[in-house]
Every structure is written in structure tokens, then in C-alpha cells.
Design a protein around this ligand. Structure first.
Ligand code: CU
Length: 191
């Protein structure tokens, strides 16, 4: 009857179609199925019921709603360097973004929802959400022209790189839905 095989899969969807098949096969006997066929079916279904896996495994295949929503949230990332990576003293760093627009800073400054420019904090903590990154602050590099890359000269050793998007007034974009607009990594530079 293939029961050992079904147990090997240990999945409810393996057994359910077979039950349906059996029922439709019984129905094909006609309007008056024999008593023997009904008893066989009852025994067969009872046997399968005792082999069903615990109910908690039935919900395992559906993605949680939070994961589906996260796919649309904005986020930044380093395109060509990765956390924990090892790089030479001269290294181009390229930024990437999803679900957000990178635009140059205007004069006078204008804040528009869904728009901003990159900042790179080197060997200093990320700026806090909602904080204005004052231009000229050491170690916080603005990319107010809307550019997405820079060639860095590093001393050898460990370095932190924090990529952030701030709005048209250089304010780090706040709100839980914008948490992905800050991304910090640590790299090792070797001569
Ligand atoms: Cu800025």
C-alpha cells in the first residue's frame, strides 16, 4: 500500500491526494458500492489517519506576511564590497538602492518623499535616524550630486563603512519602514 514511502516523506500533501483518489475510485463502483469495498475504504482511511504528521507542519510552506511586505521596503547595500571582506588600500566602493530614488541635492534644499542622496560614514558610527548630517563633518561623506561610488584610500587594518540615505536637507530618513536605508559593514584592508 506504500505506507512506508508516505512516512518517509512525512508531509500531509502526500497522503491527501491518495485519499481523494481512493474515494473517487469507490464512487466509480456506482450508486450501490459493495459492503466489502466500503469496509476496505474505511480501514484504509483509518490507517492513513493514524500516520498523519503533527498539525504544526501543515503551515510550514506559507511565507509569513512580514517577509512579503519586506520585499517592497527601501534598502541600500554595497555593490562590490561585503561585510567581513578583505580589500587593498585603494578600493572603489559602489552603492546600490532598491525602492528609493537617489537624486542630487537642490538649491535651495527641497525634501521630497521617496528621494534622497547617499552618505558614507567611515570609521565612525552611523548617524541616527532623523539626524542631519552637517556638511563638512569629518568622516561623513556626502554624495550631494547624486553619485553612487567613490574610490577610497585606506590605511591597512579594520574599517567600518556605514552607507546611509538622507533627504534633501541631509536628514537621515527616519521611520521603521526606512531602517533598510542604513547599512553598516566592516572590512579589513591589507597593504
Ligand atoms: Cu547630505
Amino acid at each position: 500500500m506504500g505506507a512506508p514511502l508516505m512516512r518517509a516523506f512525512d508531509h500531509p500533501t502526500v497522503t491527501e491526494p491518495k485519499e481523494t483518489d481512493m474515494i473517487s475510485r469507490i464512487r466509480r463502483f456506482g450508486s450501490a458500492p459493495s459492503l466489502a469495498a466500503l469496509m476496505l475504504a474505511a480501514l484504509w482511511l483509518a490507517g492513513c489517519a493514524s500516520q498523519e504528521p503533527p498539525p504544526e507542519s501543515e503551515t510550514g510552506s506559507e511565507p509569513p506576511p512580514a517577509a512579503a511586505a519586506a520585499a517592497d521596503l527601501p534598502r541600500v547595500f554595497f555593490v562590490n564590497v561585503e561585510d567581513g571582506g578583505q580589500y587593498p588600500t585603494e578600493q572603489e566602493i559602489i552603492f546600490g538602492v532598491e525602492n528609493f530614488d537617489i537624486v542630487p541635492v537642490e538649491d535651495p534644499m527641497v525634501v521630497r518623499p521617496g528621494e534622497g542622496h547617499y552618505h558614507l560614514a567611515v570609521d565612525v558610527p552611523c548617524a541616527a535616524a532623523g539626524e542631519i548630517i552637517v556638511q563638512g563633518t569629518p568622516s561623513y561623506i556626502h554624495f550631494g550630486d547624486g553619485s553612487d561610488r567613490i574610490t577610497m584610500q585606506f590605511d591597512s587594518g579594520e574599517h567600518s563603512l556605514c552607507l546611509q540615505v538622507a533627504d534633501g536637507e541631509h536628514r537621515v530618513i527616519a521611520g521603521p519602514e526606512h531602517a533598510g536605508l542604513t547599512q553598516e559593514i566592516h572590512v579589513t584592508v591589507v597593504e
